[in-house]
Design a protein around this ligand. Structure first.
Ligand code: FES
Ligand SMILES: [Fe+2]
Length: 411
């Protein structure tokens, strides 16, 4: 098919178990996603409160493609402000992290307080009786755009649409206990960041994390060392809408079973030269040793053994996104636990022993789908329905994701 012809805009019949490839490249659809999803009534993850611990601390973030600043004001309250001057639109904050008493736009030096209120406009009254702003110019009408903000146990979300439901309802009764399992109210300590640009559509990232099928087949490291395998006790759960999901699993041993026969990635004779790389210590209640949670529309919460991270998706056009990993532990961790978390972080990130496989597959996926807008993916593993399962041999969470996606997008 010639590339310049418009892609078909329909979803194939049997839509619950098919995903048309045009949704990974179409610019008009991407623009609609920005408006309806990232600027719509969703709670987008912005960062951790521990990243801006003191009044005046700020951090830049991007929601969809919209640049914002997360800043703690003098009263200690968290604000999320559009990073766009009310005068002529300049992105006034150019530093990723910092400390400020106010924000001054570099272009004409309009100055805002940390709640986004416009405080000063140079030459407002003109000079020697000439020029200046009109007499009725009101500072109060020209503040920065403020987003709705919600925080739960140190995790900060924002929304462009103030009609969004309360955060706890948004996360939902099924997902809240899993969220609170890692974010249990203890103070967090940020351990470091990783960033990467992946040349694929952002939805392929959510598909990847909601897809337990590949985990046992693709990842040599996970499978061989028993960190996540289809023959281990596991479950897939979703919220009532299907927009959020969690993959839950329990670590097994490095031994063959009737399940490993079909897993070409299981290499019984592989061993770690330094076993400290995997030296997991049970720290959360319950049996699960891995919980990977996806929260619509831009957050993955990773708990694999003792490595904890948020992964924030930032869309960069239909065919690329940035993945920003924030690794964290708890303020009361001892040195040994911090070292363990950091060692296990080697599994993750752009060069991670596990995650590198996923980044490569997402780019291979984009390479495959980008030139076949009228073809479609088949997601029928475990049936065609959307339902929680007490096992991992299913693509149900992908079906749930697209069921909700289609409702929001009205396609
Ligand atoms: S654009 Fe910001 S002060 Fe003019
Ligand atoms: Fe994976």
């Amino acid at each position: 098919m010639p590339l310049e012809s418009p892609p078909p805009r329909t979803w194939p019949a049997d839509g619950g178990a098919r995903v048309p490839f045009w949704i990974y490249t179409d610019p008009a659809l991407y623009a609609r996603e920005q408006a309806r999803i990232f600027a719509g009534p969703s709670w987008c993850y912005v960062g951790l409160a521990a990243e801006v611990p003191a009044p005046g601390d700020f951090k830049r973030a991007t929601l969809g493609e919209q640049p914002v600043v997360l800043v703690r004001d003098a009263s200690g309250e968290l604000n999320v402000l559009a990073n766009r001057c009310a005068h002529r639109g300049v992105q006034f904050c150019q530093r990723d992290f910092g400390h400020a008493r106010e924000f001054m736009c570099p272009y004409h030096q309009w100055t805002y307080d940390l709640r986004g209120a416009l405080k000063a406009v140079p030459l407002r009254r003109g000079l020697r009786g000439q020029g200046g702003m009109p007499a009725d110019f009101d500072l109060a009408e020209h503040g920065l755009r403020r987003l709705a903000v919600a925080e739960r146990h140190g995790v900060v979300f924002a929304s462009f649409d103030r009609a969004v439901e309360p955060l706890d309802e948004y996360i939902g009764a099924a997902m809240l206990p899993l969220f609170d399992r890692v974010f249990d109210g203890r103070a967090l300590r940020v351990l470091g960041y990783m960033r990467q640009r992946i040349r694929s559509n952002w939805k392929l990232m959510f598909e990847n994390i909601k897809d337990p099928y590949h985990a046992s087949l693709l990842h040599v490291f996970l499978v061989t060392f028993g960190l996540f395998r289809a023959d281990q006790p596991s479950a897939v759960t979703m919220d009532a809408h299907g927009r959020h999901a969690a993959l839950i699993s329990r670590r097994g041993a490095q031994q063959a079973s009737d399940g490993t026969a079909e897993m070409k990635s299981f290499l019984a004779d592989f061993a770690l030269r330094d076993p400290r790389l995997l030296d997991p210590l049970r720290e959360f209640p319950g049996d699960a040793t891995v919980v990977m949670q996806t929260l619509w529309p831009n957050l993955i919460i990773q708990q694999q053994s003792n490595t904890l991270a948020t992964r924030q998706l930032v869309t960069r056009g239909p065919q690329a996104f940035d993945l920003i990993w924030t690794f964290f532990g708890y303020a009361d961790d001892d040195e040994a636990m911090t070292a363990r978390r950091l060692r296990q972080a080697n599994l993750m990130g752009p060069a991670g022993l596990v995650s590198v496989d996923d980044s490569e597959m997402m780019e291979f996926s984009q390479a495959g789908v980008a030139h076949a807008p009228d073809a479609a993916a088949v997601i029928e593993l475990g049936g065609r329905e959307v339902a929680d399962t007490p096992h991992m041999i299913t693509e149900t969470a992908l079906r749930g994701f697209y069921r909700y996606y289609r409702r929001v997008m009205e396609i």
